[in-house]
Ligand binder design. Sequence first.
Ligand code: PLP
Ligand code: COI
Length: 362
Amino acid sequence: LAPQTLEFAVTRNESARDAAEHADIIAEPGFGKHFTDHMVDICWSEWGGWHRPRVQPYGPIQLDPAAAVLHYAQEIFEGLKAYRWADGSIWSFRPEANAARLQRSAVRMALPELPTEYFIESLKQLIAVDGRWVPSAPETSLYLRPFMFAKEAFLGVRPAKKVNYYVIASPAGPYFSGGVAPLSIWLSEDYSRAGKGGTGAAKTGGNYASSLVAQQEAYDNGCAQVLFLDSQEGKWIEELGGMNVVLVKKDGTLVTPDSDSILEGITRDSVLQLAEDRGHKVERRKVSIEEWREGVANGDVTEVFACGTAAVITPIGLLKARDFTVGDADAQAGELTMSLREELTDIQYGRRPDPHGWMTRL
Ligand code: PLP
Ligand code: COI
């Protein structure tokens, strides 16, 4: 069913934070800790399609204890950012790609597909009331978190007939407390993130739930993120808990895993495009953990980086496993890594031309 209307009802938050509280939060946003004054809420039902789009005060969602999401985890989400340009205008990066990915996730999780124009309008509507929450300091942004889940109260196992879509937003500084300092990565040998025919390519909460013990293992071993291998052979690199990974070879070739059980990152796709524009060769193929391990040890792999909306592009210094360690935790950030990072963020913050038409004004 097509949406009935793109007209959002707007209810202003009477308890919106005052200027002093707002200034305190914006001055040190952290990541994912503070939320804006409003949220978007759109209903979907099997019989009525998408309906009742609204912007309302940010606050708790009432759920029946039998709501399907609480039992069977029928849930998907997205993550993208709003950037404030020097002239004060507010922009997002490839939001139609996030809309398309949300649709792919929806198909996999038996949820309704939200049309792209509804997705983009939902971001514009939230920014229209909460634009003051887009910070302007360097490297800051407003992280937008669209999500959708099964709200129907029913314990039978089947796709829910009632679903809601929301957008919340959170002013954000760097995802890692060390900023762009090289990360240490823990190799998960006991746990896989996703399997053949599973939900690995969907942005769904269960993938993150299954990553958490491995993420904890990473923290326990002094690492910031966990690297997952394929679940069948335990040999091929997949991705990190919340980001994709790219290796840079000595000859300037960028290599990244091709797998149908990882999340297709929009950041990765964009960075690889920028590298290709510069004449670098890009290989999307199976990449073994040995290629990383031996490559770093013998100098064939000169840089490794993580990329994602939250992480932007963050260099990886060290790979640590139960019985080996390669790289250097105190390594300098790679030159190509940092120059691609600069080019990407310059486009996002409107500091250089946008040759691919990636930016959308909100
Ligand atoms: N892989 C996982 C598991 C993620 O959570 C993310 C972050 O969204 C990514 C990759 C990178 O995706 P994107 O660049 O679209 O943010
Ligand atoms: C994002 O980068 O948007 C994510 O969803 C990943 C998470 C680490 C915050």
